[in-house]
Design a protein around this ligand. Structure first.
Ligand code: PBG
Ligand code: ZN
Length: 322
């Protein structure tokens, strides 16, 4: 035998040398849930280690995270008043807007703030857009989403991340930001976002489950890979700066095909149920949490993601798992 693949596995040093993928702490984005009020830290039952924070507590927690290297965060505002037209989503006193201002005041450019832009936490029915005749309306949702993105950007968000899956929203948001001279506010598109049961714990955390029906008329059918690529390429044309695939674990093939077909940075979102399942398995002592988490992180990287949004980020950095 001349060809012996095991030769390059024979000791830890050579294994390090030939490793095809690397992880760096700069690759991680850590999500946060923000609520109105003061002194609130509400653990989310199905997501051990993750809580809802009021702005004052958020600032304290982010300060701790920053010391560990958690300097990119993704904010979700929850518990706002809900309306048919979702106008609370772009209110100047929306909790996300208040959070952005407080964080920027405390941490300036040491912290990179990304905000989720979607209407589901602000509509009475819990859908991600404006509902009329039992159908989530595309074009009338765009203006509201653009206003929401603008409110975040004006408050100081560095990047907005639309997760609604309406057609044309990247172009609508880019236009709105540019008209307001916010040319450097970046857009990370949840470009290929699937209608997934893996968002279950998140919807409990964010109280954003649709009251009636599902999200299948706007989020993608998980049987489709070509369509995911089409979504990604459309968002690139519309001016997205980063393309995201979501969920991540069951969609590694999609991450790979997007990576091979775009020159933009590719991100993946390791979503709530992916996190909850690992935590549950670890709690029962059925799996080794550190090993499982790191195997998952390398899988995302190997598939082609250069950016990983994950609830595990804080544990990884705190415990030195890398
Ligand atoms: C809002 C949104 C969702 C998630 C991110 N943004 C829920 C959904 O679309 O139902 C899911 C995140 C997670 O599960 O961790 N549209
Ligand atoms: Zn939504």
């Amino acid at each position: 035998m001349i060809k012996r693949p095991r030769r390059l596995r024979s000791n830890p040093i050579i294994r390090e040398l030939v490793a095809e993928t690397r992880l760096a702490k700069d690759m991680f984005i850590y999500p946060y849930f923000v609520v109105k009020g003061k002194n609130i830290i509400q653990p989310i039952e199905a997501m051990p280690g993750i809580s809802r924070f009021s702005v004052d507590e958020l600032v304290k927690d982010v300060a701790i995270g920053l010391k560990l290297g958690v300097n990119k965060i993704l904010l979700f505002g929850i518990g706002e008043d809900k309306f048919e037209d979702a106008h609370s989503a772009h209110d100047e006193h929306a909790v996300v807007v208040e959070a952005i201002k407080a964080l920027k005041k405390n941490f300036g450019n040491d912290l990179y703030i990304i905000t989720d832009v979607c209407l589901c936490a602000y509509t009475t029915h819990g859908h991600c857009g404006i509902l009329e005749n039992d159908y989530v309306q595309n074009d009338s949702s765009l203006e509201v989403l653009a206003k929401m993105a603008l409110a975040h950007a004006q408050a100081g968000a560095d990047m907005v991340a639309p997760s609604d899956m309406m057609d044309g929203r990247i172009a609508a948001i880019r236009k709105k930001l540019d008209e307001n001279n916010l040319v450097n506010t970046a857009i990370m598109s949840y470009a290929a976002k699937f209608a997934s049961a893996y968002y279950g714990p998140f919807r409990e955390a964010a109280d954003s489950a649709p009251g009636k029906g599902d999200r299948k008329s706007y989020q993608m059918d998980f049987r489709n890979g070509n369509e995911a690529l089409r979504e990604a390429l459309l968002d690139e044309e519309e001016g997205a700066d980063i393309i995201m695939v979501k969920p991540a674990l069951a969609y590694l093939d999609v991450i790979r095909s997007v990576k091979e077909n775009t020159l933009l940075p590719v991100a993946c979102y390791n979503v709530s149920a992916e996190y909850s399942m690992v935590k549950a398995g670890a709690k029962a002592n059925w799996i080794d949490e550190q090993k499982i988490v790191m195997e998952n992180m390398y899988a995302f990287t190997r598939a082609g993601a250069g950016i990983i949004i994950t609830y595990h980020a804080r544990d990884i950095l705190k415990n030195g798992w890398m």
